[in-house]
Design a protein around this ligand. Structure first.
Ligand code: FEO
Ligand code: CA
Ligand code: CA
Length: 535
């Protein structure tokens, strides 16, 4: 390993392997392997290329793209987001993939100024929700979609889904469609949770005071549906496609839902409301291996307390809501009445596999209507610890793990995943309208980052991939052996002025229309970073 351009004092061997992470004062942290010079690494990130640019020692191959046939009737949806893997055997499994929202100019041909036809809305409704696909690994370690597998199916804007606990919402116990499926979680009993985030874009919103707001996709014109049927956590059996909307965890812009067990086996879930100045929630189940019934709490981060949203425990809730269902539909209002702490857009949550601490991202909170000093442009990764690791405790402590900014090379953290050794893998989401501009200029395109949580490099942020133009990387999932990382490349070319004037062509080779896709990443560097490398 050449050390010529590196200050030996700053050179830190880590993980006992061949990999070293090399911080340099002039160019911040660099990641160096045996075969790659520091200069090559420095030249790679940040990056503005219209490609999925990977650190040396990593390679990617496609797994599934928007429009791929999964069987004779259904195709892989648009804007893939969260992914979750359920093994069948060592070489086969079912992958769940969220499809968050349509980009009408690509999906239906609708462009601003047109009257949206029913046929266009139908195409958009069919592009969202989720896909279940069987995938299999060949002898070289490459995964591919098994077309026509009995497990392959779509959930979309037309799928009828029961509303559980049981609880009627607006007189019905069935919702039609799931959409805005952003991130999610896996339950200890082997189901996937897919979270309805920006549901208000589709059928609008109806507030507690009765005020109504229109959705930006205007699907109401196809058929009017109650906004209260959306904004829930949806639980799906990955092997049958059977789904249910869980009302117990509340209705808000759920980014994710992260489930764990307390020491006595009680099921506990954490979720956040990804909206400026909204809240973080904890749910404590009252049933074994179930999220259908229990108590919902909202976070008071000033006093480190979980505040119960149980109508029987609060006079102010009793006074303002007619019943518990009314509270669950309008968590935002209930949280405000209890004095919950406004957060800077909570995104993903993950539980540290060794310490049990809850790590979560607060992506940003800014507005051009207020002075810069009050804006949080770059967000942070926050850590929540419960006393003696007891998730049932009504008190907790929180501390900053990484604060975003030019110095830390982190901005707008979004999705998280831990590898088995407790290293954090993070993707960021600088919005398309702000990318490569103003406070975000130096960060260039969105990316994939690696952050050790222990050892001398704890909290240092290392970029290892850069997304195509306008895209966001999401949906990180390791295979159980951590030899492959599945990753969603979402909304490449989203800022294209039209379907003919494109800002990105990824992943096409012929200047074609960009296609959101799930890729598989592997290689020596992945093995080294997760601690799988030999010798
Ligand atoms: Fe769909 Fe909060 O990201
Ligand atoms: Ca997200
Ligand atoms: Ca996001």
């Amino acid at each position: 390993m050449t050390m010529t351009s590196v200050n030996r004092r700053d050179f830190v061997k880590f993980l006992g392997g061949t990999l070293a992470l090399v911080p340099l004062s002039s160019c911040s942290s660099l990641l160096k392997t045996n075969s790659i010079s520091v200069k090559e690494f420095k030249d790679l990130f940040p990056n503005k290329a219209d490609d999925l640019v990977l650190a040396p020692g990593l390679k990617y191959e496609m797994l599934a793209s928007w429009g791929d046939k999964i069987n004779d009737k259904e195709t892989f949806g648009f804007n893939n987001d969260y992914t979750a893997y359920f093994p069948i055997d060592e070489n086969r499994g079912v992958l769940w993939v969220n499809h968050e929202y349509p980009d009408p100019k690509f999906v239906s041909g609708y462009e601003v100024g047109m009257a949206r036809t029913k046929a266009q809305m139908k195409k958009e409704m069919e592009s969202v929700g989720g896909s279940l696909i069987e995938i299999q690994k060949d002898t070289s370690g490459k995964w591919s979609l098994v077309k026509n597998s009995k497990y392959n199916r779509r959930l979309d804007g037309f799928t009828e889904i029961p509303i559980i606990a049981p609880r009627k919402i607006e007189g019905s116990q069935t919702a039609v469609g799931t959409f805005a499926n952003c991130a999610g979680g896996i339950t200890p009993w082997g189901t996937v949770l897919t979270c309805e985030e920006n549901y208000h874009d589709f059928y609008g919103e109806k507030l507690h005071d009765g005020k109504e707001k229109k959705g930006r996709f205007g699907w109401d014109a196809y058929k009017k549906r109650s906004p209260h049927h959306y904004g829930w956590v949806v639980e799906v059996n990955p092997f049958t496609g059977e789904a249910k909307k869980l009302t117990s965890i509340g209705r808000y812009a759920h980014e994710c839902c992260t489930v764990t067990k307390a020491k006595d086996g009680t099921i506990v879930a954490f979720s956040g409301d990804d909206k400026k100045d909204e809240f973080i929630y904890k749910f404590v189940s009252s049933k074994k291996n179930s999220l259908e019934e229990g108590e919902l709490f909202v976070g008071d981060f000033v006093n480190g307390k979980w505040l119960s949203l149980d109508i029987n425990k609060s006079e102010v809730l009793k006074k303002n809501f007619k019943d518990q269902t009314d509270i669950l539909i309008h968590c935002r209002k209930a949280g405000r009445l209890l004095g919950a702490t406004k957060m800077d857009r909570p995104e993903d949550f993950e539980i540290h596999p060794k310490t049990g601490d809850v790590y979560l991202t607060l992506t940003n909170n800014y507005s051009n209507k207020r002075p810069d000093s009050l804006n949080n442009y770059h967000g942070k990764i926050l850590k929540i610890s419960h006393p003696n690791g007891d998730y049932l405790s009504e008190s907790f402590e929180s501390s900053d793990f990484v604060v975003g900014g030019v110095e830390t090379k982190m901005s707008c953290p979004d999705n998280l995943i831990f590898d088995k050794n407790g290293n954090l893998w993070m993707t960021n989401d600088i919005s398309g309208s702000m990318m490569n501009k103003g406070p975000y200029k130096s960060f260039k395109n969105n990316g994939l980052f690696y952050i050790p949580t222990s050892g001398p490099q704890a909290g240092e942020v290392f970029q290892i991939a850069s997304a195509p133009i306008d895209a966001e990387l999401t949906g990180l999932t390791f295979t159980p052996d951590e030899k492959t990382l599945f990753l969603s490349v979402q909304h490449p070319g989203e800022k294209s002025p039209s379907a003919k004037k494109l800002s990105s062509h990824w992943p096409t080779k012929d200047n074609g229309t960009p296609r959101p896709s799930v890729v598989q990443i592997s290689g020596r560097l992945l093995d080294e970073l997760v601690g799988n490398a030999q010798g």
